[in-house]
Design a protein around this ligand. Structure first.
Ligand code: SAM
Length: 231
């Protein structure tokens, strides 16, 4: 998808009040995996409207964020002002930051839009201090395998999908890769897998969104990885 595609999605995405998938499942889990960030310098890669940036700020981090969509960045700026350093940048290209600038990096629900992970993962490695960590959340390959018709789990394929949101339908395209490919790309970038999580939603999801709760507690949706740059 192009930056213009994401610009079109920004308003619908930002207007959503409480999403079980994002607000009650993805964001709390990825923020928890970022650990104690008080006083640390962190980067939110593919920051969208800045909701993770806000949580990281509240935990006392010095927060930088980038996205390739100007509309997404405008929402982030409106919400966060100058408390976060925001830039326009593309995960598929060299990133406009210094070597070893960051203690931790978060990349939430953005990498499945990128065909090849070699550049973003090598860039994360370059930007991290030795011993630093990157937390990634991305579509679980088993979820997307079903969406792709369940034909070839081992294929690296572009999926076309639509999401029904309160303000309209979002048409999206993203890349599905098997676990083996993910882990080979991670190893090739010099990063080590520290944790893999298939977490649960927050308990209140059950009362507020019973259908989503059932899905999230019985089927894989996103996969969460904590990767370490060796000392
Ligand atoms: C599903 S949204 C997630 C936003 C935010 N991380 C969150 O979880 O709320 C995906 C974001 O990734 C951004 N994105 C997609 N491909 C990108 C790329 N190649 N470089 C930078 N940002 C990208 C989009 O503009 C969009 O803001």
């Amino acid at each position: 998808m192009t930056a213009t595609d994401f610009d079109k999605l920004a308003k619908i995405y930002d207007a959503e009040k409480t999403s079980p998938w994002n607000d009650l499942y993805e964001r709390p889990n990825s923020i928890e995996l970022m650990g104690d960030v008080k006083g640390l310098t962190v980067l939110d890669a593919g920051c969208g409207g800045g909701k993770h940036c806000a949580d990281l700020l509240a935990k006392g981090a010095n927060v930088h964020g980038f996205d390739m969509s100007e509309k997404m960045l405008a929402f982030a700026e409106e919400a966060l002002g100058d408390r976060v350093s925001l830039k326009k940048a593309n995960l598929a290209e060299p990133l406009p930051y210094e070597d070893t600038q960051f203690d931790r990096i978060l990349c939430a629900l953005a990498l499945h839009y990128v065909e090849h992970w070699q550049t973003p993962l090598s860039e994360f490695h370059r930007l991290l201090k030795p011993g630093g960590e990157v937390v990634i959340s991305t579509h679980h390959p088993f979820m997307d395998h079903e969406l792709a018709g369940g034909e070839n789990y081992f294929a690296h394929t572009l999926i076309e999908d639509s999401w029904d949101k309160p303000d309209g339908t979002l048409y999206v395209r993203y890349w599905r890769r098997p676990l083996t490919q993910m882990f080979e790309e991670i190893k090739a970038a010099g990063l080590q897998i520290d944790r893999i999580k298939e977490p649960m939603p927050l308990p209140e999801t059950e009362a507020q969104f019973p259908n989503a709760y059932k899905k999230l507690t019985t089927q894989p949706r996103f996969i969460f990885l904590v990767l370490k740059k060796p000392n």
